[in-house]
Design a protein around this ligand. Structure first.
Ligand code: HEM
Length: 383
């Protein structure tokens, strides 16, 4: 099967109007000014140029994603900060998710759920990878914010909490109406409480405890927990079923299963075509140009990561990624995803367990409606 068929279906089901428009804009050129929307960038090299210039293109001005997240998460949560304050907080958080720590955290938190998954696949049971990933991503985020959770239901509940907030947002949302922002804060409140307790306990084996050691204030730690929770749960959870489906549809599942060195290239290529964060926003703070298109202060820039990445063609495990494309799906420059090592550790751990049950076939799947990040509603595999 053409591996792009289901990916397009996921996007169309999630965004029936915005997705065709987004793809149409890709054909209008590398940079397109769309009245009422902003300046859309469809080219990886130009998008990277914008991301690297954090002085001119910022996340804290009107029309940037800060407008959306500040009423929910507070004013100082990385993704709505710029300049020296942003650099200082990032420098302190840099220690948090080192690759070694992320690997250890996932190995510890996921040991039990991965053993259960392995057992079910090994016995030939049908397994819904969508539900499986909700439990895994929920377990990791519980550990990150410091919730002592015991059961799969705890993890599912935590995942659902994040979903409730993210589902309030559409590709057109600039800021949430006050009632929805209040509701989002209510949903998030217990997460902040748990995080603050773990922070005050100061246990060095927990992420929140380590934040205290790194000199981060309680308010900053609460904000960071909320930001990790909202940005680091659905992104990871939706990617794994899409990765497995892409490998299956491209006829490459058994090849990657037989050669662990192919796992990272497979993850990168699946990220390129699926782009869990299909868009990044900036607001312009100085007169300049993106490619041939002049921009002025107050302009809104939509970096269409999905279009940038699609320009390189369909899913192909053997496709080299040129420098301008390199991990663009995690951003670039000062706001590059701080959870990258954790996301990769989580995805690798679960994907490796699924691959070790090869050969697998997909027995049932459907696309999810009404979601911000395109995803399967279910993806059932069996041996
Ligand atoms: C597949 C998984 C993920 C993808 C595709 C992803 C993607 C991204 C992208 C594209 C950005 C940059 C946005 C921009 O510049 O406007 C970003 C930033 C961020 N990500 Fe991730 N992310 C993932 C997982 C995670 C995880 C697991 C965490 C934490 C637990 C996380 C936490 C953050 C935070 C806090 C930022 C803001 C950083 C800043 O503004 O300095 N992400 N992510």
């Amino acid at each position: 099967m053409n591996p792009g068929t289901w990916e397009r279906r996921l996007y169309r089901r999630a965004h029936p109007f915005a997705y065709p428009l987004l793809r149409l804009l890709a054909r209008r050129g590398p940079v397109v000014r769309v009245p009422g929307l902003g300046v859309v960038v469809n080219d990886a090299a130009l998008a990277r140029q914008v991301l690297l210039d954090g002085e001119t293109f910022r996340k804290d001005g009107p029309g940037s994603s800060g407008d959306l997240w500040t009423p929910i998460l507070g004013p100082s949560v990385l993704l709505n900060m710029e300049g020296p304050a942003h650099r200082a907080l990032r420098a302190r958080l840099a220690e948090l998710f080192t690759p070694g720590y992320a690997d250890r955290l996932c190995a510890q938190v996921l040991a039990e759920p991965l053993a259960a998954l392995s057992g079910r696949l090994g016995r030939g049971e049908p397994v819904d990878l969508v539900d499986t990933m909700r439990v895994m991503a929920g377990a990791v985020i519980c550990a990150v914010v410091g919730l002592e959770s015991r059961s799969e239901d705890d993890h599912r509940q935590m995942f659902h909490r994040g979903e409730q907030i993210v589902s309030m947002v559409t590709l057109r949302t600039r800021t949430l109406p006050p009632a929805q922002a209040r509701r989002a804060r209510e949903v998030l409140e217990p997460v902040g409480e748990i995080a603050a307790r773990a922070y005050l306990a100061g246990d060095q084996s927990t992420v929140m405890g380590r934040m205290r050691e790194l000199g981060i204030s309680e308010a900053e730690a609460r904000g960071a927990a909320g930001a990790f929770f909202l940005t680091g749960t659905e992104t990871v959870a939706t990617l794994v079923p899409r990765l497995i489906a892409l490998l299956h549809d491209a006829g490459q599942f058994d090849r990657v299963a037989a050669d662990p060195a192919l796992l990272d290239p497979a993850i990168d290529e699946a990220m390129r075509v699926s782009t869990p964060t299909p868009m990044m926003l900036r607001s312009v703070h100085a007169e300049t140009a993106i490619g041939d298109v002049p921009v002025r202060p107050g302009d809104r820039v939509l970096l269409a990561t999905h279009n940038c990445c699609q320009a390189y063609g369909p899913f192909d495990l053997d496709r080299p990624h040129p420098p301008e494309l390199r991990r663009l799906w995690f951003g670039a420059g000062p706001h590059f995803c701080i959870g990258y090592p954790l996301a990769m550790a989580e995805i690798r751990a679960v994907a490796a367990t699924i691959l070790s049950a090869a050969p697998l076939r997909i027995v049932r799947r459907s696309a999810a409606r009404g979601v911000l990040i395109p995803t399967y509603r279910e993806l059932v595999v069996t041996r």
